[in-house]
Every structure is written in structure tokens, then in C-alpha cells.
Design a protein around this ligand. Structure first.
Ligand code: NAP
Length: 316
């Protein structure tokens, strides 16, 4: 049997993928090494690839410990904890798992939008705790169909969210740094103006320092007391303290949040508000999509090891 390629796996990625990596490669499992980075420094020579995720990351110090590193294969689409610049400076290629998770993240964005507007989670509790019988009719909520949908970040996931908007007879507009050609959605060069126009603002851009607090107090105020913000991107994109204040003071109508600034910490105000629907960062977390993401990590790695290059390289 030929020598198996040596790889470093930064953290666990689920039983199926972990087992397949062990079966096919000579894996140094960083999270299981009591000596941590010292173990990598000792055994780093010969390791040609790292397998990681945005949660586990791959910073410049780790890259430095691996003199033979040529590829980083990451699970998930965001990569703000991977030092892409340090990798690219050394000619190390990096992949993520785009496309395969778009539909599930878009589905969840709509689930949160409907939950915040129609209060479905509150209604569920209302029925299950017997209040339907004891109190009677549930308070009126907010219409979803035929409203104005603004999308911050019309990329792969943003586009899947926009497509679903057609089924709800919505007028869809978006804000990116650059306008995209050939799409039926109107581009809005100002995020604040998009927020002023929209009934619902769905945040679907990338995370990291470049988008930190892009949804500022000014953007939140532009949404107004009837506006609802949905975030399936990263908690850091919204000025969370400003959003919580606006919700508490009734200057913002509601929110549907899959992600928060310091997960898993949740501001107590959000826990107490019926106009806020929360999910524990599970945008891509379905059996089918998680399997597809694992497959794509393995396929990227196999293609790289076979000398055919990465299938889904990050070009940033
Ligand atoms: P993508 O295709 O790269 O789209 C990102 C979009 O954001 C692009 O349209 C980009 O347009 C826009 N953008 C980036 N920086 C911007 C800025 N400063 N101002 C305005 N727009 C900006 O990425 P994707 O695959 O759709 O994924 C989007 C994000 O979703 C990921 O980065 C990740 O953080 C998040 N995500 C969350 C979950 C979850 O579980 N909740 C799951 C998967 C992904 P321009 O370049 O023209 O600005």
C-alpha cells in the first residue's frame, strides 16, 4: 500500500468525515494532541494539507509551523478565522464548501423571517402551554407576502433568498459593494437607503473585519418601528448593542437571528422579546447539507492530493 498523505486536522468535523479522513490519510488530530502547537512544530514537516472549518480556524502561527503546507481545506463557506493572506503569500491554496449549503441557509432565513413577522415560535408556545384554551385568540401579527425585501449581500446564499422572494410576491432589492449584472433585482448603492425602503432586511454578506457593524445604528433606525431584520450571515455584521436598544425602545419592529456577536451568549433582552426569533447558528445544519459539505471537503482534499488542484478554491 503506498504511503498515505500526511494531513493536519485542526478540530472534529463530525463522525462520518472524521472517520473517512482517518481511513484515507495519515492524520495528526490537533485537538486531541495534549502538546497542541508543540506537537505540530515537532511533526509538521511532511504535512501537505490542513483540514479545518471557520470554527477551528487556521491562523498564521499554525501555517508557520507547517513548512510543507500546500493546501487548506475548510468545511463551511465563511473563512474569517483562516489567514488567507498568510496562506496565499506562501502559495498555499485554500478551499471552502460553497453552493451546497445555499438552499438550506436560504430556507432558514425565510423560516426566521416568517417566525419574526408571524410569531410562529410564540404561537407554538401559546398552544402548547394551554393559553389558546385559557386566554383565547392570539394577537395579530405582520403580513409577509407582497412586502419589500432588502438583501445585504446578494451572493450565492443571498440569491437563493431572493429567488424565494418571488414565491412570496415580493419586490426584492439588494446592496453589495458592486452591482451584479443580469439579475432581476434592483441594486441599491446605499445600505441605509435600502433599509429605509425595505420592510424586511436580510443580512447575507460575509463576516470578518470588513463587514463589522455594517448594519449600524443609522441603518437600524432607517428600518423603523415596523421593520424586521433577519441575520443568517455573522453576528458581527450587525451592531448588536444598537439593535437590542432599538428593539427594546420599539424603534425596530423585530428580528430573526441565526447568528449573534458572541455566540453562544445571548443578550437577556433578546430572550424576553416575542418580536425576536432566535436559532442557534444552524443555517446549514440539515443531515443532507452537512453530508454534502463533508463530501466536498473530502473531494477537495482528494483532488489536491492527486495533483489535480482544489475543486472550490477561495480566490480572495
Ligand atoms: P458569497 O457568495 O461570497 O456572497 C457574499 C456577498 O456579500 C457578495 O454578494 C458580496 O458582494 C457581499 N459583500 C461582501 N462584503 C460586502 C460589504 N462590505 N458590503 C456589502 N456587501 C458585501 O457568500 P455566500 O456563500 O453567499 O455566504 C455568505 C455568508 O453567509 C458567509 O460568508 C457566511 O458568513 C454566512 N453563512 C452563514 C451560515 C449559517 O449557518 N448561518 C451558513 C453558511 C454561510 P460584493 O463583493 O460585491 O460586495
Amino acid at each position: 500500500m503506498p504511503d498515505r498523505a500526511a494531513i493536519l486536522q485542526v478540530g472534529p468535523l463530525g463522525e462520518e468525515i472524521d472517520q473517512e479522513l482517518q481511513a484515507q490519510y495519515d492524520v495528526l488530530r490537533l485537538w486531541a494532541e495534549p502538546a497542541g502547537l508543540d506537537a505540530v512544530a515537532k511533526r509538521g514537516a511532511g504535512i501537505g494539507a490542513v483540514v479545518t472549518s471557520v470554527r477551528h480556524g487556521c491562523n498564521a502561527s499554525l501555517i508557520e509551523c507547517l513548512p510543507d503546507l500546500r493546501a487548506i481545506c475548510s468545511w463551511g463557506v465563511g473563512y474569517e478565522t483562516i489567514d488567507i493572506a498568510a496562506a496565499h503569500a506562501r502559495g498555499i491554496v485554500v478551499s471552502n464548501t460553497p453552493d451546497v449549503l445555499d438552499d438550506c441557509v436560504a430556507d432558514l432565513a425565510w423560516g426566521l423571517l416568517i417566525a419574526a413577522a408571524r410569531r410562529t415560535a410564540v404561537g407554538d408556545r401559546y398552544v402548547k402551554t394551554g393559553q389558546w384554551r385559557s386566554i383565547g385568540a392570539f394577537p395579530l401579527s405582520t403580513r409577509v407576502s407582497s412586502k419589500r425585501l432588502g438583501i445585504l449581500g446578494l451572493g450565492r446564499i443571498g440569491e437563493a433568498i431572493a429567488r424565494r422572494g418571488a414565491g412570496f410576491d415580493m419586490d426584492v432589492r439588494y446592496h453589495n459593494r458592486r452591482e451584479r449584472a443580469g439579475l432581476p433585482y434592483r441594486y441599491e448603492p446605499s445600505l441605509t437607503e435600502l433599509a429605509r425602503w425595505a420592510d424586511f432586511l436580510v443580512v447575507a454578506c460575509e463576516g470578518g473585519p470588513a463587514t463589522r457593524h455594517l448594519v449600524s445604528a443609522e441603518v437600524i433606525d432607517a428600518m423603523g418601528p415596523k421593520g424586521i431584520i433577519v441575520n443568517i450571515a455573522r453576528g458581527t455584521v450587525i451592531d448588536q448593542a444598537a439593535m437590542v436598544r432599538a428593539l427594546v425602545e420599539g424603534r425596530l419592529g423585530g428580528a430573526g437571528l441565526d447568528v449573534l456577536e458572541s455566540e453562544p451568549a445571548v443578550p437577556p433582552e433578546l430572550m424576553a422579546m416575542d418580536q425576536v426569533a432566535l436559532m442557534p447558528h444552524v443555517g446549514s445544519a440539515t443531515v443532507e447539507t452537512r453530508r454534502a459539505m463533508g463530501r466536498l471537503v473530502l473531494d477537495n482534499l482528494a483532488s489536491f492530493v492527486a495533483g489535480r488542484g482544489l475543486l472550490t478554491p477561495i480566490r480572495a
